[in-house]
Design a protein around this ligand. Sequence first.
Ligand code: GLN
Length: 270
Amino acid sequence: MQNLSKRIMSVAAAAALAVGLVACGGSSTSETKTDDATASSDAVVYKIATDTTFAPFEFADASGTYVGIDVELLAAIAEDQGFQYELEPLGFDAALQAVQSNQSDAVIAGMSITDARKEVFDFSEPYYDSTVCAAVSDASITKLEDLKGKTVAVKTGTMSESWAESIKDQYGFTTVQFDTSDVMYQDVLAGNTAACFEDTPVMGYAISTGNVALTIIAEAASDSEFATPYGFAVNKGQNAELLSMFDAGLANIKANGTYDAIVDKYVKSK
Ligand code: GLN
């Protein structure tokens, strides 16, 4: 008898549980429907990878919040197009790898649009012109020829690294790699390396804000393969919808003055 009543109890408990589950399932289904009805594109939160320190495009402010031209353009475009995203400051090379392995949906990181990268990424319309440069701290180094026999700092996976690699035999210097721009600058300031290679808008910003006491001594020709504009990128063949929303939003914020307002905030002379 005891066993039977226990069994009845447990059947009753299971039934109650099942009713509970159905009720929960029912209510959560209707909640999802309500959400869908009020904000249809809210379901997707895109993961957008970026660099860690690449002012004025992306950098953490004093409170640790990410700011910069890329960060604000993305926010304005997402608002214009009604998509949600999460910004992932991974570092430049890591950001590219995250997109290539589909761990992130896209990258915005002052990323130069190049033919080689077009083989593996789909790019947005260009949104900012750039070129690459070499900068030094030692005033006795005034030209690339002065780097003969010296070691220079480059940032892994960047176009400025490609430029340095392409001219190092001609000028007789060797390169050492860094993952982040700020650590690379510190290495030159400490006198460990004779120069660093960097994007000109970024090096120029660091110098003009008084944060980094370096001097630009050379720049790649503006028509060279190293001087290409920045684009937002997705893994090739993936996230076509996100890419077209970026382009549509970019066109809108250019037309309504938001793009200029964001750039002017960081780059006064632009
Ligand atoms: N514009 C350079 C490139 O794409 C560097 C970008 C960066 O360091 N965030 O290679």
